[in-house]
Design a protein around this ligand. Sequence first.
Ligand code: PLP
Length: 339
Amino acid sequence: MNNPDWSKLPFGYFPTDYNVRCLYRDGKWGEIEVSTSETINIHMAATALHYGQEIFEGLKAFMGADGKIRIFRLEENARRIRESAKGIMMEPIPEELFKEMCVKVVELNRRFVPPYGSGASLYIRPLEIGMSPRIGVKPGDEYLFIVMVTPVGPYFKEGFANTKICIMREYDRVAPRGTGRWKVGGNYAASLSAGERAHSLGYSAVLYLDPKEKKYLDECGPANFFAIKDGKYITPASESILPSITNMSLQDLARDLGIDVECRHITVDELADCTEAAACGTAAVASPIGEIDDLDTGVKYIISKDGKPGAITTALYNKLNAIRLGEEPDTHGWNTILD
Ligand SMILES: *Cc1c(COP(=O)(O)O)cnc(C)c1O
């Protein structure tokens, strides 16, 4: 397999040389296995297939300005996947094992880490699946943890620009005390029809409201939401959203810039007073939002008056990118630098 054309990479699957795997069986994790296969052998009655025992993570490795590879916030992802595992009765992966396997798979696939300056990166996708055959509804006792990687292109092909999102009360992706706080595949299945509907209407995402009262903002499909209001960084506090590591990082960077951060309930009406808004997550860092249309009330919230991404969103975006690429000092200790 040849190297990809870095400038033409989409955010999609591109095969690499290796993936790494580890099986939990008889009450313990086994040896790390290096595989060249793109497929897995799975029992047709496995809990992953029937009862949704599937969790995952998403993080990135970058070729730095100094020619060293950096993985961004490896520890936080290691911690979060354990929470997801506990949430749906799967075996938590030891943090050290998670980190060792992520580093190993990046090293094995060094030639797929896009060059510095290309805007592309190596996306790391760890996943854990339940392997035990079950017909009665019950958690399994065998789990497979795999870490695969794939090079991905820059998220903003046309440059960093505003998108439009919508509020639609007809669908929820998670329940009030459900699985929203964990990164489980099932949440994504539950979001597909609303997402496709939004795309067909010309929106990049759905801004979900809290599923209990439909009064407060929750998150933007597969990304968290933040806004700038009265010069403050505001982001929803909610039991039904996934704690985004990008959001946490942007909050720290905002504080570094002297910007107040409020993690609290945000009502839909408050959108009228927001001067900036964005969806945030590993894929895009921050995707600025110019307009939010409430499809049920017909209200259009024009966030960006001049059609351009806001100054604070842009500054935070640039700062986080610069840290990931080793262009600016990593004062918070977020990068794992490979040898
Ligand atoms: C992965 C994910 C995010 C973004 O999290 P990051 O750690 O910033 O990549 C936000 N919301 C949901 C529902 C997610 O699954």
